[in-house]
Design a protein around this ligand. Sequence first.
Ligand code: NIG
Ligand code: FE
Length: 410
Amino acid sequence: MKKIIGPFTQILPLTGLPLKGALKDEQLHLIANGGVLVDNGLIVETGDFNELRKANPSTPTEEIQTGHVLLPGFIDCHTHICFGGNRAKDYAMRIAGKTYLEIAKAGGGIWDTVTQTRAADEATLVNSLVQRANRHLAEGVTTIEVKSGYGLSLEEELKQLRAIKTASVQTKAKLIATCLAAHMVPKDFTGSQEEYLQHIVDDLLPVIKQEKLTNRVDIFIEQSAINVENALIYLKKAKQMGFDITVHADQFTTGGCAVAVAVGAVSADHLEASGEHEIELLADSNIVAVTLPGASMGLGMPYAPARNLLNAGACLAIASDWNPGSAPMGDLLMQAAVMSASEKLSAAEVFAGLTFRAASALKIEGGILAPGMPADMQAYPCADYREILYYQGKLKPNKIWIGGNDPMTQ
Ligand code: NIG
Ligand code: FE
């Protein structure tokens, strides 16, 4: 159905901005007293509210109380929100000063969540995933990438990916699945790391293709997970099979970034340990650098060098990494806002990183309010867009649209 939504005190369509590099707030296109003409779930036009009404006299209006700022819905391009249980024990050990290895030895770490996820049946996984997706949606996140990686066997990875597929029709948030079977070598696999990865290539990826569960493959490249050499071989094979590649890179040590570049990944995520060399590699590539402030907060570690990445000319997206271990909070706006104060990111850079630059990491259209784009939008109860980061995530949107409709009442 055709309608005009407005008036908004400000609309930030985030149009006309470059995909890569630093941005100043002065570059933001602002529409004062704006409206959006929507038809069939897509944006037809944004512009002056009164002009839109005059030009479309018979089109109904969805009236908005004045004092709202409209933005594209956020796109969270990196999460692990399909899991069972929680890791509160890990967190207690971490804040008591225990190291990663000590926590793993005490039965914590990724493997603990694998055990809890395997113990959950598919319906339970679907339910908890839908709840988390709906929470994200209520906070303005309209598209959410969701990884597997807590199954780590043929059946259990398929269970997770099928749960993501089922959940995607039970939530109005748009879910995009990624296979992270290469999260670590499962403790109950009897062969070598090479053999485990070959098992994924031979036995899992073909089923994923056949069932159309995802066209994206991720890996955790780290000494404690999958090493650089094996990662390269695995990712090249996955790419040959037609999968897009994304990489957990440089979280604790470097090496992952170079692999991402070598295989032509769509994104390299984490980057907390990246130095000048890695920053240059990413800036010279078309790979989206995805920073995950929620993981830095959860682990009590420094942020990725977001400012330097932007200054060097990289495309920077910001995602939550929402997962039960390193990033349990899952509040994307709060994380981006708090990081922006430390890393000195402009509002334009933060909103670009949460919208159209994140869309690029997922190879999807969207994240801008422009003709032909899905009318996935969020409105904040404030008069000036700068208030959104100023309140550091505490100011939440009070109206969300998916395809021009309220996803909560449908
Ligand atoms: O992105 N770094 C690897 N994987 C996740 C953490 C997963 C977990 O601890 O459960 C991450 O931080
Ligand atoms: Fe992650």
